[in-house]
Design a protein around this ligand. Structure first.
Ligand code: CA
Length: 363
């Protein structure tokens, strides 16, 4: 624990120092750096999963600001739509696991006992206190060692507010951090009269994100909205998230998408895939060495970027350290980005890779 804390502090300090450096002329430098970063396979994107959600309640403005300061390249919000059509940064379709909705609105749950975002207006949701994820019925934290759920007064933010935070920090630091929203459950939203992909694109366009080189990427577990955006001429980069059929989150059959033919089909409308890490590192052999699928190579052959999810340094697979996992994904498999709850761990890893210490790594 102590070592982790010290490493994090050092990275934060570096982040602060980096931000203090005079950068001029700002625009040319940042766009050149951004282009170099996206083009260079040696610099995979640090994608802050729900903000620096390993340290602060997911989707809070504080978690995003922290991720920014830690050096993330992209800030990732999940997006859900309110009753009155506003895009908010939240993972679940329901409010019960991350807000005090049951206290504030005791009689608004559906028959399943859950309070759905789509049944509440933005004004109502703004009255809620947001906190670290709990199991709604027991009140226990999902990740007990993270930010205590009883502390702080965090609020749900809109996608627009998150973009304003990002663009404001880009202006004040000279960096060019991007935004990477996910359309949560498009079919569910369509049933409730909301075209979530169109709403997200509208917000992004309002803030100037329109072209493939702009620092915004849209992700979705359902192909339909991405295919439709592409048909409509949306030029932003699109990433098809890949899941497992037995998760039961939608009607999509993911199995064919993992084949070379499936990847070629995805490449017709998307720029990349977001697979689970477990589809890249698929196990260990008899000697304990990692076994890989051909997914990254196949996706690259199809011209797709690969941004796997989700690395959590405090919830790792059995028998592997965060640095080992980072090494396997970034250096051995050469993925193009990674969704991570602790962006500082990846920033620090990349810094070590590019330093003279690299010769002695991995330890
Ligand atoms: Ca997500």
């Amino acid at each position: 624990m102590a070592m982790v804390y010290r490493a994090n502090s050092a990275v934060l300090l570096l982040g602060v120092l980096a931000m203090a450096l005079p950068l001029s002329p700002r625009a040319e430098q940042t766009s050149a750096r951004a282009a170099a970063k996206d083009a260079a396979p040696a610099a995979p994107l640090v994608i802050a999963h729900r903000g620096a959600s390993g340290y602060l309640p997911e989707h809070s403005l504080a978690a995003y600001a922290f991720a920014y300061a830690q050096g993330a390249d992209y800030l990732e919000p999940d997006v859900v739509i309110t009753h009155d059509g506003h895009a908010i940064a939240l993972h679940d379709l329901t409010l019960d696991a991350t807000t005090n909705v049951r206290e504030v609105f005791p009689d608004r749950a559906r028959e399943d006992g859950l309070n759905y975002v789509v049944d509440f207006t933005l004004e109502e949701i703004r009255q809620l206190r947001m906190f670290e994820r709990i199991e709604p019925d027991s009140g226990e934290q999902r990740y007990p060692a993270r930010f205590p759920a009883e502390l702080g007064d965090f609020r749900v933010v809109t996608l627009a507010e998150l973009i304003e935070l990002t663009q404001g920090l880009n202006a004040s630091t000279g960096r060019d951090v991007g935004i990477y929203p996910e359309t949560k459950f498009p079919a569910f939203h369509a049933e409730h009269g909301h075209d979530i992909a169109a709403i997200i694109v509208e917000v992004l366009e309002r803030y100037g994100y329109r072209e493939a080189e702009d620092r915004a990427i849209i992700q979705s577990f359902e192909p339909e909205p991405l295919e439709r955006l592409r048909e409509q001429g949306v030029r932003l980069r699109l990433v098809q998230l890949l899941g497992e059929n037995d998760w039961g989150m939608n009607e999509v059959d993911y199995e064919p998408m993992y084949t070379a033919e499936g990847l070629a089909a995805i490449a017709r409308y998307a720029d990349g895939i977001g697979p689970p890490i477990s589809r890249i590192i698929v196990g260990v052999d008899g000697n304990g060495a990692p076994r890989f699928s051909t997914l990254v190579a196949d996706a690259h052959a199809a011209g797709l970027l690969v941004h796997p999810y989700t690395l959590r340094t405090d919830a790792l697979p059995e028998g592997i350290s965060a640095d080992e996992l980072l090494y396997l994904l970034l250096e051995v498999q050469r993925v193009d980005g990674l969704f991570i709850d602790q962006p500082d761990a990846m920033v620090e890893f990349l810094r070590l890779l590019s330093s003279p210490q690299r010769a002695t790594w991995p330890r």
